[in-house]
Structure formats: C-alpha cells, structure tokens
Design a binder for this molecule. Sequence first.
Ligand code: CP3
Length: 348
Amino acid sequence: MSRATRFIDACKGKPVDCTPVWLMRQAGRYQASYQAVRAKVSFFELCSSPDLAAQVTVAAVEEMGVDAAIIFSDILVPLLAMGAQIEMTHGGPKLEPLRDRAAVDKLKVVEPAEAVPYVMDAIRETNRRLDGVVPLIGFAGAPLTLASYLVEGGGSKSFPHLKGMLFADPDSAHQLLDKLTTVVTRHLRAQIEAGAHAVQVFDSWASILAPHDYRAIALPYLKRIFSELSDLDVPKIMFAQGTTVLLDELLEIGADVLSVDWCADLAAVRARVPELPLQGNLDPTYLFMDEAELGKRIAYVLERAGARDGKAAPKHIFNLGHGILPPTKTDRVRFLVDTVHRLTGEEA
Ligand code: CP3
C-alpha cells in the first residue's frame, strides 16, 4: 500500500501498486463538513485562512480516501491581488468587468508569495497535517480562462466580450494575457517552493476557441508557463476542457501529464501519445448513477486507459473529466475511489 507515492509515481511513468485516484473539486459543497465551514465564513475568507483551507483540504482526503490532496483555493484568488473586484454568489463568481485598455493597464502584476501569502501558508499547514500520507497538488487557472472571468465579469455561454477583445482589440487582449501569464507562473513557482508536490493548470474554457485560434492566441502563453517552470522537478499537469478538438495544441504545451476531459476517448489519446501520463476522465454526472451502473463506467474508463487483468494501466491517474458537481453523494465518491483501487490490484 503506497498512497504516499502512487500518484507522483504514475505522473512520472513509474510502476504503481494500483491506479492512483483523486478528483477535481474533491473539496466542496457535496460534503457536509465543507458546508459546515462555509456556514460560518464567506468563500474568500475560507480561501484566505490557512487553518480553514488546510482543514477542508485534509477533510476531502480523509473522507474520500483519495491518493492526492489539492490545496483548497480558487483560480480567481490571484486576481483579487491583481486588483479585480470579485464576489462569490450562489450563481458563481461576479466580477467588475474589465473591458478596455485602461482597465487592463490598471491590473497589477503582483508577486503572489507576497500578495496572497495565505495560499503558500495553507500549503505548508496542509503538508504538516497530511504528514506525508498523500502528496499535495497546487494549481492555477490558465490565462485564457482567467481572462474570460475578468472580461465577461463572470461565467458566460458565448464569451462575447472576451472574444470581442481577442479579435477586435488584440493589443489589449495580449496585454491582459501577458500580465496573467506572469502572475500565474509566479504563483505556481511559489506554491511549489512552499511544498506543492505537483501542480495543475486549469483551462476550463479552452474550447471556446477554434484550434487555429487556440494555437495562435493561448498556446504561446501556456508554453511560456511550463517552460519557465522546467527547472522545478515536480509533475506539471495540464487540464483543458476540449481535449478532443485541441489535442495537437495541448500536446505542444510541454506538460508532464495531460488531464483528459470526459468527451475524449482515453484509448484514442493513448494511441497518439504512448508515453505521456494521462489523467481522467469519468463524466462527473455518472456519479449520479447507482453503484452497479457507476461501477461499469469506472471499469470502462480503466479499460480505455489500458488496465488489464486486474492490474493498473501504466501512466494513468484516475480522475473525473471535470469537477465534482454539488448534488453528488459522498458515498458514491467513496465507492468510486474504492472501485478504482479494487479493480487495479490494491491488496485488501
Ligand atoms: O478541491 C479542489 O478541487 C480545490 C479547490 C478548487 C475550487 N475551485 C474551489 C471552489 C479548485 C481547484 C477550483 C478551480 C476552479 N475555480 C476552476 C477550474 C476548474 C473547473 O471547475 O473548471 C474554475 C473555473 C473556478 C472558478 C469558480 N470558482 C467558479 C466558476 C465557481 C462557482 C461554481 C461553483 O462550483 O460553485 C467557483 C467557486 C468555488 N470554487 C467553490 C469551490 C468549492 C464553491 C463556492 C462555495 O463554496 O460557495
């Protein structure tokens, strides 16, 4: 049994005793323990308290039995330090929209270790409490996804303002992406220096761009982030929603692990990249199924990843294809984690 090592080993392409599993958004509203904390503090108060952030990070590991922790924070946290006005409402984040060059110019290119030191403190405190039981993942949003929240002022269906800026005022858009890239790179470095054992970049809205636009607009910034961190010997994971359409572009970023969304077929991605560690990719809504059906879908993902004869597929980290949704039942999540371990060789 090696919960302490199997996630990092799989990220490095080394053999594992069974398939490691963790889940995007594994700490959140589907847990009663999280809701109890959130009943007392606002979302950003929770993010800025190293004690509470460590508490909910560790609770997700203890309650679900996953093989990695992900630090409790949000991709929007560094934007607060850059000067963005953000409120977390029941309907998601609401931001003061940033629509012109003057607004872009006002954004501060901060050093997150100084501007949001509480994230690094939370990482140190979480590692202290985890005591090596599982590794800890740090993260940041990709510049395009962060720009979408800033320019749209929140979530969006068709991203008219962001795409309007990208295509009608590219100078301002690139100024914005450049500033975000600098802060994201510094933020990831600071998290690794504080003790994160791996990092993941989330490009949740990658698929709003056609492949040629993603290549021209988003890819150079992502390449810059990963190449500037290449001196740091921890696995760097890239997640983008849109793996099927953007696979060529995503493979050029230089990530150590590609996290695959639930629309893609893991076997098809594996055929393209025999050596690259892959993470994913169960549809998060399958967690609404009963155990018998969910079990079949878990087995299907493992099979598409290459698991055979009750043994783990090499270079595969089980995860969802996107984050856990709030109505999910905690017993289904525990069932998922146990099933992945049981079907891939964990000794009882
Ligand atoms: O457990 C973990 O995965 C770590 C914590 C984490 C959160 N957000 C906590 C959170 C992580 C890794 C994120 C990433 C994040 N945040 C992404 C990328 C992943 C994805 O889902 O695409 C994005 C796009 C955001 C921005 C964001 N934060 C949105 C759109 C929302 C509202 C939607 C929602 O799920 O509520 C948030 C809020 C948020 N971030 C919550 C949590 C637990 C819920 C807020 C609450 O407690 O009220």
